[in-house]
Design a protein. Structure first.
Length: 523
């Protein structure tokens, strides 16, 4: 499913009108009618309440005027509060505004703070708000009058239904622009926007529904958005079909390198997660002093003791043993619990140029690479990096705030620059590929904010690659299933308190849901 930017949606509208011949007024009518249908799904008892439509003078307001007509025809007591003079409304929006008078729908013009203050009583007594103020074209901070109106609506305590996008939300990043409507639900048109899915935009959006307004599919293909929502269909591409007579030698052998004193559990969870993903064989490469501990943590994974620098720290001495382990391996994962000692950083500098299989780099491997990012550019095999925002900031030589401000752009730029696949973890995990395409994952929840979750994800992605999935497909499948397993646990156990190891063990159930889609109502 496409996720579009404001400019891409604007171009689709233009092509539908100018090239295909769909009148703009017809698109607006379809938008308003479809939004009204969704409104009644969310508020089936609305005929007994006062509904206030707060509208701007642009096309977003025009969609609200169409909604006013359909609501009035259903007996809803609706009032339009226009945040401009009616003479300032132009085009198709003006045409739809004029249609309200014959229907007896009250329109209260509130072009400024002074006028707003005079009508504050009637403005306050609305049971439900419909936000049709700003739309997707917002590219500056919301200030002064509009900011005060948005704050008033948010503070009213009444539910808000948003038309296309919550006013004040950046459609491309999901960031609030000074002030933003907190929506109960949002009806958007043709395609979801990045800002609806990217956090914190998803919180402002509330329940989202995409309304078909009749834009032909060839137009969307012509525009060619490079952002997508990860759906079950997309995630399923990471599952490699296996014949009934297969055996462990045919389902991939993964080598995972990691572990350090106090962090052996990280590499153990990554190893077991790869097995839960279906990998046939997993070998964990750990410091020889930690091997006895590793063998008690996972009875299914094999252990490869490696020469260490003392105290369980992997360094240059481990390079020979690791290189000897690489033949016949289908994937290499490096980083869970690895540590960032100088010797470990030097080990990576020696090891990475020797790798001839796809690799997944996580955790401390990324922290080491942040000081030598040129090692990524030199790789000749597909590489996946799985940073959290802090690690991404170090890799990209910026700060965490800048990463979070525009997660899609940050991940995409790094993927293109270093020719790797980026899994930027967090709420709405972003997956970016070297070709510039980006995916946002809808699964997962706040209960995942606990130790070990990243190790599980590393094992899943590497496990799918080991079985023969492409790095692209493995990233999307791993991220989707990781979040879906956590969603299952949140439903069964509660929103917090479930463990990374429990997510790991729930993975086979979620794989089953992908194989047999009717076992889940998810995307």
């Amino acid at each position: 499913m496409y996720l579009v930017t404001a400019d891409e949606m604007r171009e689709m509208d233009r092509l539908a009108i100018e090239s295909f011949g769909l009148p703009g007024r017809l698109l607006m009518e379809s938008a308003g009618r479809g939004a009204t249908d969704f409104f009644f799904e969310i508020f089936p008892d609305c005929p007994g309440k006062r509904v206030g439509i707060v509208a701007g003078r642009g096309n977003n307001g025009g969609d609200g005027f169409v909604m006013a007509r359909y609501l009035a025809e259903k007996g809803v007591r609706v009032t339009v509060f226009l945040l401009s003079k009616s003479t300032d409304v132009k085009g198709d929006a003006a045409t739809n505004l004029k249609l309200l008078a014959p229907l007896g729908i009250p329109v209260v013009e509130l072009p400024d703070t002074e006028t707003f203050s005079k009508h504050i009583t009637s403005f306050r007594h609305q049971g439900i708000w419909i936000d049709a103020i700003l739309g997707t074209g917002l590219n500056a901070e919301v200030k002064a009058y509009f900011k005060n109106v948005i704050t008033f609506i948010n503070d009213s305590g009444s539910p808000v239904f948003c038309v296309d996008i919550p006013s004040g939300l950046n459609a491309d990043t999901g960031q609030a622009m000074g002030a933003c409507i907190r929506g109960t639900a949002t009806a958007t048109f043709a395609f979801p926007k990045i800002g609806h899915i990217n956090h914190p935009g998803a919180v402002f959006t509330g329940k989202l529904k995409v309304v078909d307004i009749g834009i032909p599919s060839f137009i969307s293909r012509r525009v060619g958005p490079k952002q997508h929502l990860v759906t079950m269909k997309i995630a399923r591409q990471g599952l490699v079909e296996r014949p009934s007579d297969t055996h462990k030698g045919r389902t991939g052998h993964l080598l995972i390198v990691g572990g350090s004193p106090g962090k052996t559990g990280a590499v153990a969870m990554a190893a077991v997660s790869a097995l839960r993903a279906g990998a046939g064989l997993v070998t964990a490469g750990v410091a020889e002093t930690l091997a006895p501990v590793m063998e008690t943590l996972s009875v299914e994974a094999m252990t490869c003791p490696l020469a260490d620098e003392g105290l369980g720290i992997l360094g240059i001495a481990a390079s020979k043993g690791l290189i000897e382990q690489l033949p016949e391996k289908k994937c290499l994962a490096i980083g869970p619990g690895l540590g960032t000692a100088p010797g470990t950083e030097n080990l990576l500098a020696i090891l990475l140029p020797e790798i001839q299989v796809p690799m997944v780099l996580d955790a401390d491997a990324l922290n080491c690479l942040s000081r030598r990012p040129e090692l990524l550019k030199a790789l000749s095999v597909p590489a996946v990096v799985t940073p959290h925002p802090g690690e991404m900031a170090r890799l990209a030589q910026t700060d965490t705030r800048a990463v979070q401000k525009d997660r899609v752009t940050c991940a995409r730029k790094f993927a293109e620059t270093f020719c790797c696949h980026v899994v930027l973890k967090g709420a709405g995990t972003v997956i970016a590929h070297p070709d510039g395409s980006a995916y946002i994952n809808p699964t997962g929840n706040a209960g995942m904010a606990t130790g070990g979750m990243g190790d599980v994800l590393t094992g899943l992605i590497a496990g799918f690659i080991a079985q023969g999935a492409s790095a692209e497909a493995a990233c999307r499948a791993g991220v989707y299933l990781h979040g879906a397993a956590a969603d299952r646990l949140a439903e069964e156990k509660g929103p917090v308190g479930f463990l990374a190891s429990e997510v790991m063990h729930a993975i086979p159930w979620e794989i089953q849901r992908l194989i047999i889609p009717n076992t889940s109502g998810s995307l």
